[in-house]
Design a protein around this ligand. Structure first.
Ligand code: SF4
Length: 214
């Protein structure tokens, strides 16, 4: 379907305004993959939502890298809460890269943004959405639409499908990179010296990066 370029951004913008008109924050569970991707969505949504971040990223290889991204997010949430007098919470579920990699294995030779990534987005969004519904969140979303490497259309379509599986929690459509969202994320990352990885996360993207460096 041919949609205007800002279609998903507009849907998120309208939804945020709808919540603001209610004069009462809605609860939002937000899947977050790292601090540089989460910083702008946190800033943009905090006036309307009571945000809880969900760092479920068993895709990330090796463990050291998973921990580095996790610790940077913990650190940034602390700074954000202090500076903005906010109360963003962060949940870190169990990390199991071995089992996760097994699931991606049938698509190991796929290029980035192909079938492997589609499965990877779906697995993580599904896991986080299930948590959101089980714990009675009003909304669920993912920060991944901030990335220029990820297709927001694909992510929002996954979110829309999952909203039918978990009908008690609404999906918050987004395209965080649009309307200077990406620029703001770069600005915040540089202001706070946030650690920015040079590969997406899984062992396959890690190996690709290593090959490239050679
Ligand atoms: S490249 Fe990124 S999105 Fe794609 S499978 Fe690997 S970790 Fe997941």
């Amino acid at each position: 379907m041919n949609r205007p370029k800002s279609y998903w951004w507009q849907k998120g913008f309208d939804e945020k305004n709808k919540v603001l008109e209610n004069h009462q924050k809605a609860s939002l569970l937000m899947h977050a993959c790292c601090a540089p991707c989460a910083c702008f969505p946190m800033e943009w949504l905090t006036e309307a939502f009571d945000i809880t971040l969900y760092y479920n990223n068993s895709n990330i290889y090796p463990r050291f890298e998973y921990e580095r991204r996790r610790d940077e997010l913990i650190h940034y949430v602390e700074i954000f809460n202090k500076e903005k007098n906010a109360n963003i919470k962060l949940i870190i579920p169990f990390y199991d890269n071995e089992a996760y990699t097994e699931k991606l294995k049938p698509f190991k030779d796929e290029p980035e943004c192909g079938k492997r990534c589609l499965l990877c987005y779906t697995l993580r969004m599904d896991e986080a959405y299930a948590y959101a519904e089980k714990n009675h969140f009003d909304y669920f979303t993912t920060v991944m639409t901030i990335s220029r490497q990820k297709n927001s259309e694909v992510l929002n379509e996954i979110g829309e499908k999952l909203s039918r599986k978990y009908p008690n929690t609404r999906y918050f459509f987004s395209d965080f990179k649009k309307k200077k969202g990406m620029d703001r994320s770069v600005e915040l990352s540089s202001q706070y010296g946030l650690y920015k990885q040079n590969y997406c996360g899984c062992i396959y993207s890690y190996n690709k990066r290593k090959e490239h460096e050679k």
